[in-house]
Design a protein around this ligand. Sequence first.
Ligand code: HEC
Length: 103
Amino acid sequence: MKKTRYGILGAAAAALIFAFASGPAMAQDEDFGGLPPGEGQELVFYSCQGCHSLAIVESSNFSRRVWDEILDWMVDSQGMAPLPDDMRATVMDYLVEHYGYED
Ligand code: HEC
């Protein structure tokens, strides 16, 4: 229970301090959970970390075809909101480039 002692105010204060301390130059490394920079970084961060750790993504190495199936599975069976086609394409390219390979 130690973590919850300071509650939401503590978390907000910590976030505020962090925002001041880190500044824009560092924001990228810190803000996206270790995802490498690139087009799609932010999109993957916001689309994928709501339900599980990004570590699950970052430890993956799948072919494009398998990533496609995983995204379908995330939507069909895990309750992920489907991404519009253009966003999905960006996410796919990012995942294949950093955590996978072309078929
Ligand atoms: C609505 C919830 C939800 C969202 C959003 C979501 N996932 Fe998942 N994901 C799950 C669940 C549930 C599992 C399986 C349970 C677990 O291992 O935590 C899972 C498992 C996975 C796995 C492991 C699959 C395997 O068989 O090894 C990968 C990879 C993955 N997700 C990638 C992603 C990516 C990439 C995104 C963003 C595009 C994403 N997830 C977004 C719910 C979600």
